[in-house]
Design a protein around this ligand. Structure first.
Ligand code: HEM
Length: 192
């Protein structure tokens, strides 16, 4: 039973990808298909960032090691959905028009922070293996703290791109802020 948990989480995490693939192949994306794919992959990136950040607090509150065991997989799904999101923008939306893409990254602050978040995800994905954890030792922990910056950039990206409706982006911002506050070790701060 225990051995089925990890594969089940994998299948559940891949479900949004299967759903969007189904919608693409069966023409179920609605009147603005590119927008739909961009929004879908963008939101799932943010959801997986929140899930990844929830694992340590869950371990702390439940003392259940399982949460830490699935953290790496969830983190890799962040990279997976963020890359699909980026590819939708670069390949489908802008058809590899690099001048236009560079212009967007420089001129639109929401694209700039989104792109920065994706760039920061690369070293985390590359060093996610057990071999890298052993090789980098304490530096691995330091490097992987980049996920906090990525979470803040991702949530700013969502706030800045939403021209009028702030409700959803603010909910994500609040969830991310709470998840980051939960990792602060207040014991250490007050005993200093
Ligand atoms: C960690 C990285 C990222 C996260 C968490 C993220 C998240 C999001 C979210 C939540 C949305 C809105 C979804 C919705 O409206 O329901 C979105 C939209 C968008 N994102 Fe990202 N994103 C990231 C990276 C990027 C990158 C690298 C680019 C391009 C260089 C990008 C370009 C866009 C665009 C063009 C939109 C749609 C804007 C519009 O509707 O006008 N994002 N993203």
């Amino acid at each position: 039973m225990k051995s089925l948990l990890k594969p089940s989480i994998f299948v559940l995490s891949a479900a949004p990808f299967l759903l969007i693939t189904y919608k693409i192949f069966f023409n179920k994306l609605g009147p603005e298909p590119v927008k739909e794919i961009t929004h879908f992959t963008g939101e799932w990136t943010l959801i997986f960032i929140c899930l990844t950040l929830s694992m340590s607090p869950l371990k702390r509150f439940t003392s259940f090691i399982f949460w830490i065991k699935i953290r790496r997989m969830l983190g890799l799904f962040v990279f997976f959905y963020a890359t699909l999101h980026l590819l939708t923008y670069v390949v489908i939306d802008y058809r590899l028009d690099w001048n236009q893409i560079t212009d967007d990254v420089i001129k639109k602050k929401y694209v700039f922070v989104g792109f920065a978040a994706w760039l920061l995800l690369i070293p985390l994905a590359i060093t996610s293996s057990q071999k890298m954890i052993t090789l980098l030792k304490q530096n691995w922990k330091r490097l992987h703290r980049l996920i906090y910056a990525i979470a803040i950039l991702g949530s700013l990206h969502f706030i800045w791109l939403s021209k009028t409706i702030y409700f959803k982006p603010l909910i994500y911002f609040i969830i991310i802020t709470i998840l980051l506050i939960l990792r602060v070790n207040f014991k250490n701060i007050f005993n200093r």
